[in-house]
Design a protein around this ligand. Structure first.
Ligand code: ADP
Length: 627
């Protein structure tokens, strides 16, 4: 029979599996059992939703067999089965999880050991087998089909003989080599151990014929060998077990298996609530940001079970957007099994559970922040931005929930700080919370206005994410202390007396400033002298609500509307440039115009803004320095 070729991507994954040096090859069994369990879920679900399908949950099972002589392992399930087309499509094409594996491999982020914790699925059988055959009959169909492959050069697909509904997968194990002992998978003890390790909570029985020695009937010392079918797994879902009976690593196993993550979760949250609405929840915070987390493709939600039976895979209503990074499940007896998705969205019980879960997550994060700072900071680096979006979104509706969970970089030790901590460190004479925005901490540190404030020993929040400033503006204040941008034009730490002095000086130079503003084509609102710059000659400050950073953000948004900040060019009154400008105003207006342009360009560059006419400015600069 003609062999069909695998699709290119599948071939790559197969090669990876066949030549895998991965030591943890035993996970092939977990993958096949989990597929079998999914297939039964599908048929069981059908029986719940379609009255014509009469099936009893008790009759479902996954059966394991092994044969030492033939070197085979067989996994049989009486699940939904596959049609010819489905065999072709599902086993000839790489699955989603495989794509993710390639991505990681390409990024060389993780080595190939990732396989072990990944759901790479069906193909993992080729880590231990030379040949795999899949015999399957779809529920409701007449014919069965046989898919066979030795991995390396394609597969065959033909009609097969199978009386049952479901799927039977047979692996012919590879011959042992010096490094690998594949025969170990033909031992009863080894197989039962693997099943209990990875598949203990599969909700259908996983059975095997087990050889036991038993006392002969009527005898006290004579044993006989009996072979009986035994169920290997405990079947009780992990979240239904009392917490003290479950080891941390069991939760971790459950997490990595269920959510196809290659790292253990940062945090496991369990919750068991009795009352108005009773439910059990098992929640996880991942220890890294999922690659698609900050994209539209990411879907939040928790799996919803009704007394152990999955009724919705991803119920988004159970999680607020700002906690969308949480993964996990909720099991409640108060939710009816046959509830439709549309009704679920409106369901009062679901709303109550969602509220309760939200407060549970919040408490957990608060206690992490208080008791394990390092862990919290790691969490925050992964998902903090989402919390800040949460403050800002919905017109600040959730800002009170979140304000104590967010952190910002601070000039103090350049570490993350909460607002509460900042306030507790404020100097006696300090009324407001100071912040400044910039692309990075190092860039912020070079901003002229920062130096002077630090010099006076005030702490400044360094806002480096674009959402930071939006979040602060929505918060407006914390502990009755306003947030003040030290780049805003009215920010001034001078004494009243000094302020007056500058004001007078500025008044005297009004004509000069006017000349400069017009030289700059009115691009700026105002020019003035300032005493807030220590050693630097110029800076830009802004008037009103729109800062330079916001202007940068808005510029990247796909709207036609031009939003610009109202800029003021501030010149250090004690810098020699101040005198020079006065002089030029009297003696050389043309040169004054050039100077204005150069100074303004300089101030823009410091702020990380671009210069509109770089060649004009650099030519002018060159003219001056070559004189
Ligand atoms: P994944 O499970 O990640 O989708 P797999 O490669 O393990 O990837 O399986 C591919 C698909 O093949 C599954 O999604 C399922 O539709 C089908 N499949 C695999 N095993 C079985 C089975 N025992 N019964 C029915 N369908 C199966």
């Amino acid at each position: 029979m003609r062999k069909k070729q695998f699709k290119a991507e599948s071939k790559k994954l197969l090669d990876l599996m066949i030549h895998s040096i991965y030591t943890n090859k035993e996970i092939f069994l977990r993958e096949l059992i989990s597929n079998a369990s999914d297939a039964i879920d599908k048929l069981y679900y059908l029986s719940l939703t379609d009255r014509k399908v009469k099936l009893d949950k008790k009759d479902f099972k996954i059966h394991l067999e092994f044969n030492k002589e033939e070197r085979t392992i067989t996994i049989t399930d009486n699940g939904i089965g596959m049609t010819k087309e489905e065999l072709e499509e599902n086993l000839g094409t790489i699955a989603q999880s495989g794509t993710e594996l390639f991505r990681l491999e390409q990024e060389k982020k993780k080595d190939i050991d990732v396989i072990g914790q990944f759901g790479v699925g069906f193909y993992s059988a080729f880590m231990v087998a030379d040949k795999v055959s899949v015999l399957s009959k779809k529920y409701g169909e007449e014919k069965a089909y046989l898919w066979e492959s030795d991995g390396s050069d394609g597969y065959t697909l033909e009609e097969g003989k199978y009386e049952e509904v479901g799927t039977k997968i047979t692996l012919v194990l590879k011959e042992d080599t010096e490094e690998e002992n594949y025969s170990e998978y033909l031992e009863q003890y080894r197989l039962t151990t693997i099943v209990r390790k990875y598949s203990n909570y599969i909700t259908y029985p996983i059975t095997m014929m087990i050889k036991n020695s038993k006392l002969k009937e009527g005898s006290v010392d004579e044993y006989e060998e009996v072979i009986e079918e035994e169920t290997l797994n405990s079947m009780i879902p992990i979240w239904k077990k009392p917490k003290n009976e479950v080891k941390e690593e069991d939760y971790h196993h459950f997490y990595t298996d269920t959510y196809h993550d290659y790292e253990n979760p940062e945090c496991v949250i369990t919750s068991s609530v009795e009352g108005m609405c009773s439910y059990k929840a098992l929640l996880f915070i991942p220890s890294h940001t999922p690659y698609d987390y900050y994209t539209k493709e990411y879907e939040k939600g928790l799996s919803l079970y009704s007394n152990g039976v999955l009724i919705m895979e991803r119920c988004d209503k159970l999680l607020p957007d700002y906690f969308s990074f949480v993964k996990g499940l909720v099991d409640s007896e108060d939710i009816s099994l046959n509830i439709s998705r549309e009704v679920l969205q409106e369901d009062h019980q679901v709303t109550l559970i969602a509220k309760s879960i939200e407060s549970k997550i919040k408490k957990e994060l608060e206690s992490m922040l208080e008791n394990d700072r390092e862990k919290y900071e790691k969490f925050f680096k992964n998902f903090g931005m989402q919390l800040k979006f949460g403050v800002y979104n919905d017109f600040g509706m959730h800002k009170d929930t979140l304000k104590d969970l967010i952190m910002f970089y601070s000039s103090k030790d350049e570490k993350l700080t909460t607002l509460k901590e900042y306030v507790s460190r404020m100097k006696k004479d300090q009324k407001d919370i100071y912040y400044v925005c910039g692309d990075s901490i190092s860039k912020i540190n070079t901003l002229p206005q920062v130096e002077a404030v630090k010099e006076k020993d005030y702490e400044i929040l360094y806002l480096t994410e674009y959402v930071d400033e939006f979040a602060l503006q929505i918060l407006m204040e914390y502990d009755s202390k306003k947030f003040v941008n030290i780049s805003s034009d009215d920010f001034n730490l001078d004494s009243e007396e000094d302020k007056k002095k500058i004001e007078e000086k500025n008044k005297k130079s009004e004509a000069l400033f006017k000349e400069m503003v017009s030289a700059l084509d009115n691009e700026i609102k105002e020019v003035r002298f300032t005493s807030k710059l220590k050693n630097h000659p110029v800076c830009i400050s802004t008037k009103g609500n729109i800062s330079v950073e916001m202007e940068k953000v808005m510029k990247q948004m796909p709207t036609d509307e031009k939003v610009t900040s109202e800029k003021i060019l501030e010149i250090n009154e004690s810098h020699p440039i101040a005198k020079k400008l006065e002089k030029l105003y009297k003696e050389d207006k043309e040169m004054l115009s050039k100077y204005s342009k150069i100074l303004y360009a300089q101030a823009r560059l410091i702020e990380g803004l671009d210069v509109e006419n770089p060649s004009e400015v650099t030519d002018m600069l060159c003219d001056i320095i070559s004189k």
